[in-house]
Ligand binder design. Sequence first.
Ligand code: ATP
Length: 280
Amino acid sequence: MKSLTLNAPAKVNYLLDVIRRRPDGYHDLRMVMQRINLCDEINLTLTDSPALTVTCGKQGVPDGPGNIAWKAARIMLDLAGTGMGARISITKKIPVAAGLGGGSSDAASVLMGMNELLELGLSTQRLMEIGVKLGADVPFFIFKEPALAEGIGEELTAMPQMPPAWILLVNPGVHVSTAWVYRNLTLTNRGELNRLPASYGSLEDVCSIFSNDLESVTIPAFPVIAEIRAAMLQQGALGVMMSGSGPTVFGLFAARDCAEQARLTLTSGKSWFGAVAETL
Ligand code: ATP
């Protein structure tokens, strides 16, 4: 049986501007996205029988057809048309519904992994076209580089080289629905777009672009996000922000031990999720 083990990384948003609401209900966005090495582990095995199974065993994540990884695998098996099936197991390390793109990344990894196992030979471009139908952030994880993402997130341009950084993630575990955040967003009339530097010589340059329009909805409803933000800055983060629609807050650090120390200080005695990861 052919099988593959894949690491599906999380992402953080260094910038998230909501430009406008579109007639189709989506929003045009302008995001700077960065992958980090906090990864879900996915095991893919092709089977001779046509059944497709996805097991995850994580509360809040469906097994089977409700799982975005199942949908990704179904598309690839149908494209192959060989009558084979697959067994997929996912070990979730990325917090769920956290603004870290875990589901999208799982789907992207399954598309890329099945392309290899089934020897379909689909191009990166084609995989990204398939991916956007599963979720707006899926193409970014196939693109595999820090990116400026426009449109609904699928128009990707590689960012200029950015210095590597340590990222502290803290998630207070409150439930934030992405759909609720967008429904409650008041779109202000955006004049000139934030200017992005032509190059990023230092981590301060990276932090200079930190901005997330969705904080205006999430922070008033969940003041704990502001509390974590303030504590991270006090612990020496060079910049802090909420990722995506939250509630995960991330801080950028130049050194791993500083990020680790901040993690211990912030999470001790709390039931919050905390992790330190490196940019990819
Ligand atoms: P988004 O910003 O797109 O909502 P997120 O990073 O905040 O993404 P995810 O962890 O991707 O959130 O989960 C969003 C929802 O998708 C969850 O409520 C979960 O039930 C569902 N889901 C389906 N498949 C998966 C998967 N493989 N991993 C995580 N969640 C999944």
